[in-house]
Design a protein around this ligand. Structure first.
Ligand code: GLY
Length: 333
């Protein structure tokens, strides 16, 4: 088992990574907690024991759970139960559940404590770490949310054994991203150590810029095209698969801008290939349509903006020429 601290002063917390760590739940529930509300989905096969009285709240399956309507119904269920700031929310599930439950924790009674037990690779290496919580609107993903840090996170790698292969592959897309954020040869590590290394990288980024006023944006490496693919493609590709294509694309844009060389682009392709991740943009997705969405990206602060690799590492680059972005699309077809 490895323990990684997310250092945020008096809101610092530990992320425990390893086999069976969900069994630590009773230990990480704050001593003075009276009761626990476990928010989960029907399809999540993992039971937890918080060691105190618990209420189970089942939310709808899949991404459909991440709505304001679910937030209202969960909050009403908590209110009926008499949930107060003396109680604790525990999220058990993938990123959908940890995002939703974290947001409920942020707004119910103006904020109560929560603990995350992420059960997918994607949630363990990304969604459940760092305090970004929220839900979707019909107009877009994660448009309503709050920064609300958990009290602890339990990344139980046993839960990854039963993940459907495509779900696991999707999480691998986020793991691949960390190779280029200082992670190096993460594929050489066993799964628990790989998850722990990704968590450490994310914890360091979050500790340096919790509210994404600057450097935290590097965590969006590969995500500009990925978000556009998800919207135009109607979510046919999983998030991590779209991130994978977005990573190669970002590398090609960086090459066209003279920030990296062909060899570095090749390193991107090799990492994705080693994990069995896709790197080709499906023909059905039109370049112009994808590009039009870049300007709507939440990160587009100053014209066409992307997170790109370069001599100083991965950083935000603003004001990129549309022609370059279009040309790079053809290199990932
Ligand atoms: N998933 C990106 C972030 O946490 O900032």
């Amino acid at each position: 088992m490895k323990t990684i601290e997310v250092g945020l002063g008096d809101r610092s917390y530990n992320v425990h990574v390893g086999q069976g760590v969900r069994g630590m739940l009773a230990e990480v529930i704050p001593d003075e907690a009276r009761r626990v509300a476990v928010i989960t989905q029907e399809s999540i096969p993992w039971a937890v024991d918080p060691g105190v009285e618990q209420l189970e709240v089942i939310v709808p399956p899949g991404e459909a759970a991440k709505t304001m309507a679910t937030v209202e119904s969960v909050c009403r269920r908590l209110a009926e139960w008499g949930c107060t700031r003396g109680d604790v929310i525990v999220a058990v599930g993938g990123g959908v559940v940890t995002d939703l439950a974290g947001f409920v924790a942020a707004v119910y009674h103006r904020g109560i404590r929560f603990v995350s037990v992420p059960t997918t690779l994607l949630a363990q290496v990304d969604a459940a770490i760092g305090g970004k919580t929220g839900v979707n609107l019909p107009e877009g993903k994660n448009l309503v949310g709050a920064f609300w840090q958990p009290s602890a996170v339990l990344c139980d790698t046993d839960t990854l054994d039963t993940l459907p292969p495509r779900e696991f592959l999707s999480g691998t897309g986020e793991v691949a991203k960390y190779h280029f954020l200082g992670g190096g040869a993460l594929d050489q590590l066993d799964l628990s150590d790989r998850v722990a290394a990704c968590v450490q990288l994310k914890a360091d980024v979050v500790a340096a810029d919790e509210r994404e006023t600057g450097s935290r944006a590097v965590l969006n490496y590969g995500h500009t095209l990925a978000h556009a693919i998800e919207i135009v493609g109607g979510y046919d590709l999983r998030h991590g698969e779209a991130v994978s294509i977005g990573l190669v694309y970002a590398a090609e844009v960086a090459r066209l801008l003279g920030r990296i060389d062909v060899q570095r682009v090749g390193e991107h392709r090799q990492v994705l290939e080693a994990y069995g991740l896709p790197s080709a943009l499906p023909e059905a997705l039109e370049s112009e349509e994808l590009l039009n969405l870049f300007a709507h990206d939440k990160k587009a602060i100053d014209g066409l903006t992307m997170v790109l690799d370069g001599p100083l590492g991965v950083e935000t680059v603003v004001g990129i020429d549309r022609a370059v972005l279009l040309q790079a699309m053809s290199t990932v077809r």
